[in-house]
Design a protein. Structure first.
Length: 163
């Protein structure tokens, strides 16, 4: 079964690290990635305003079953990442987070560990707040061997969403 995954990340700061993850995903059989385009195109879309960005995100989410939030140093504070998480939750995508701060960037540097963006969202259950960080798992690309384990993380998230 082909899995089409939407990747949510800080487009300016973490694109290099995000590409490491995406490239390890799409080089294996029956896998597609959404939520990526080159930096020049991102700049053009950003200049066209928020409505164009929202439409682009919505179109990229179509046909996906899992959203992977690639968590860098500043990811949890990014408005577009928050929008992508919200829309993914609304469409019942499987969700998971992957800390990417230890992946070296193009200059050979790692970064500090950012906050979990799922802490920004909650649902009400039995008059109590249940934060998405208590529902959806996070992994560390380096510590948890993302190169070899990423496919199983995505499948687990997809199966959880299908319930």
């Amino acid at each position: 079964m082909v899995r089409r995954v939407f990747f949510s990340f800080h487009k300016d700061r973490d694109v290099w690290r995000a590409n490491v993850v995406r490239n390890s995903w799409v080089t294996k059989p029956d896998r597609e990635a959404a939520g990526f385009f080159d930096a020049a195109e991102w700049e053009r879309v950003k200049q066209q305003g928020d409505e164009v960005i929202r439409k682009w995100i919505d179109s990229q989410l179509k046909g996906t079953s899992v959203t992977v939030v690639l968590i860098g140093a500043e990811t949890s504070s990014r408005d577009w990442v928050k929008y992508e998480i919200k829309k993914s939750y609304e469409k019942s995508n499987g969700l998971l987070g992957v800390y990417i701060h230890q992946i070296k960037n193009q200059g050979g540097f790692d970064d500090w560990k950012g906050d979990n963006p799922f802490d920004n969202f909650y649902i009400e259950q039995h008059d109590q707040k249940m934060y998405l960080s208590n529902i959806y798992p996070t992994y560390d690309w380096i510590i948890d061997d993302g190169y070899n384990e990423f496919g199983s993380w995505v499948e687990k998230a997809a199966r959880q969403a299908e319930r």
